[in-house]
Design a protein around this ligand. Structure first.
Ligand SMILES: *[C@@H]1O[C@H](CO)[C@@H](O)[C@H](O)[C@H]1NC(C)=O
Ligand SMILES: *[C@@H]1O[C@H](CO)[C@@H](O)[C@H](O)[C@H]1NC(C)=O
Ligand SMILES: *[C@@H]1O[C@H](CO)[C@@H](O)[C@H](O)[C@H]1NC(C)=O
Ligand SMILES: *[C@@H]1O[C@H](CO)[C@@H](O)[C@H](O)[C@H]1NC(C)=O
Ligand SMILES: *[C@@H]1O[C@H](CO)[C@@H](O)[C@H](O)[C@H]1NC(C)=O
Ligand SMILES: *[C@@H]1O[C@H](CO)[C@@H](O)[C@H](O)[C@H]1NC(C)=O
Ligand SMILES: *[C@@H]1O[C@H](CO)[C@@H](O)[C@H](O)[C@H]1NC(C)=O
Length: 442
């Protein structure tokens, strides 16, 4: 009897020791992978789910968890990758390995640029740029009357349709209405590579369709049936949107068993966003400009309230995401614009790793070309200063008065994301003071 207990005890001790070592090993390998030279390899080492999934370590972990009854506590000792796989075993997703990425942002956060990280994946990606633009435009009056909340369900349904390659929910909002599922009015079609290549891009009649040209070909009106077929033929789907305000409104979408949704929320310093919007949407921001000149901002102006509302919504969504509710576990990632500006390639790799889609050579090339980084690891950081400078330009264009307003109403949001409050104008424009605190978001 005694020997029996002794054997069981020894077994458990052995398992615990092996477990600890595997933990260290997986951390080390994780670090190695992160530091790895970004070469033009078609598949990152992390994609090979076959080996890890059947690997002895994850089997061990499952055994261990059964032994100790530590269900759902994998995060304490496993890296993200294995964690996800264990989770996948338990879910009944019928997405067939298809991943659905939702890039969630607000305007002037670099979302078009980050969207390209996925659009440029090419081979196996069906990417859509702001399809919800049509919904917002058609329903904007209703939206204003309802604080925008009436739109959330509609946004979600349209996104759900699109992730399933069904354009019909979106079609209802395209104006003029498509005829026979053909439209020449899809917003920013040219921002989606899949809609600009054969067979979706049908031969054009030059004179008539000059205005609707795509970057690669000039295309005739868009046949949405063909778009849907193209979508079905692609392994992964990504949508970028600046129109979804509340992350929690997406719960039914994320829980849809036909989908395997991962959400990337992109945020930026609200002071920089305001500075950028004042340039980009000049006429809409007249009020702010006049305040900048007067040096006076009314305390409870509608514009200030709207700014506060936006900041609060972004923060609340991030709070939901970072609190890792069950429905979002391992499906949410928060990324700061400023970090992407500093380390574009590294951040792109992080994002691809999170989505568990292989980082394609084409996407890598595009990022290199568009950030002027060179393929050697030692040079990756050489543009760091330059990019950071770009990302910090706003400090010299926005009047301190407006910075104060933003800081007053957005302080909780800024603190959460690690954007430093400035005390005076000197600090604002002193380049040797960084306004960005190091943050890891998990
Ligand atoms: C996974 O392993 C199976 C057989 O063990 C093989 O048929 C399949 O091609 C592998 N998949 C990948 C992605 O390596
Ligand atoms: C998970 O781990 C944490 C920290 O190690 C511990 O506080 C918690 O009780 C564990 N949960 C379960 C269900 O074992
Ligand atoms: C998984 O889903 C399929 C259909 O989507 C269903 O038939 C099956 O019963 C489900 N299995 C579990 C374990 O829920
Ligand atoms: C709608 O706006 C009002 C003020 O404009 C605010 O008090 C209320 O909380 C908002 N409702 C929602 C659901 O955001
Ligand atoms: C759109 O494409 C589908 C699928 O190829 C085709 O059946 C349909 O006739 C096309 N529609 C038009 C108006 O050309
Ligand atoms: C940043 O890089 C761009 C493109 O290489 C270059 O034109 C610009 O002068 C650089 N700026 C600084 C401050 O080095
Ligand atoms: C900028 O900040 C640094 C660090 O706080 C300080 O040493 C320096 O004097 C400041 N420069 C100016 C011009 O205020």
């Amino acid at each position: 009897m005694k020997t029996k207990y002794a054997i069981v005890f020894i077994c458990i001790v052995a398992l615990v020791i092996i477990e600890k070592e595997s933990n260290i090993l997986s951390r080390v390998s994780d670090k190695l992978i992160q530091r790895q030279t970004p070469q033009l390899t078609p598949h990152s080492p992390l994609d090979n789910s076959n080996t890890t999934q059947n690997g002895p370590l994850s089997m061990l972990k499952m055994l261990l968890s059964k032994l100790t009854g530590a269900k759902g506590n994998y995060t304490n000792f496993s890296d993200e990758q294995e964690d996800d796989e264990l989770e996948d075993l338990g879910t009944n997703s019928s997405s067939n390995g298809r991943k659905h990425i939702l890039l969630l942002a607000t305007t002037r956060t670099g979302s078009s640029f980050v969207g390209e990280f996925f659009n440029q994946h090419r081979e196996n990606m069906f990417y859509l740029f702001e399809p919800l633009w049509h919904v917002e435009r058609m329903l904007s009056l209703a939206a204003e009357a309802n604080n925008g909340t009436a739109l959330t369900g509609i946004y979600r349904d349209v996104l759900q349709g699109l992730f399933l390659c069904d354009f019909s929910p979106l079609e209802k909002f395209i104006s003029p209405p498509p005829e026979d599922h053909v439209t020449a009015a899809l917003f920013r079609r040219e921002s989606s590579l899949s809609l600009c290549e054969k067979p979706v891009c049908t031969p054009f009649i030059k004179e008539v369709f000059e205005r609707f040209h795509c970057k690669i070909h000039r295309c005739g009106p868009l046949n949405l049936t063909l778009a849907s077929e193209s979508c079905l033929s692609k392994q992964h789907h990504a949508i970028k949107t600046v129109r979804v305000r509340q992350l929690e409104s997406l719960q039914p979408l994320v829980e849809d068993p036909r989908l395997d949704v991962r959400v990337i929320q992109l945020v930026r310093d609200p002071r920089a966003i305001l500075a950028s919007r004042m340039v980009a949407f000049s006429s809409k921001y007249q009020t702010w400009k006049s305040w900048a000149q007067d040096g006076q901002v009314p305390e409870d102006d509608e514009e200030v309230k709207r700014l506060k509302g936006n900041c609060d919504q972004i923060r609340m969504s991030a709070e939901v995401g970072l609190s890792q509710p069950r429905w979002l576990r391992n499906r949410y990632m928060l990324v700061r614009y400023e970090d992407i500006a500093q380390y574009p390639m590294q951040k792109a790799e992080d994002m691809y790793r999170f989505t568990r889609i292989p980082f394609s050579p084409q996407a890598r090339k595009w990022i290199l070309r568009n950030t002027q980084t060179t393929p050697r690891a030692s040079d990756i950081y050489s543009t760091q200063k330059n990019s950071s400078e770009q990302a910090e330009k706003w400090r010299f264009s926005i009047p301190f008065t407006l910075v104060q307003v933003v800081q007053r109403v957005c302080e909780p949001t800024m603190k959460m994301f690690g954007y430093r409050i400035v005390d005076d104008e000197k600090m604002l424009i002193n380049k040797s003071i960084s306004l960005l605190e190091e943050r890891m978001f998990h």
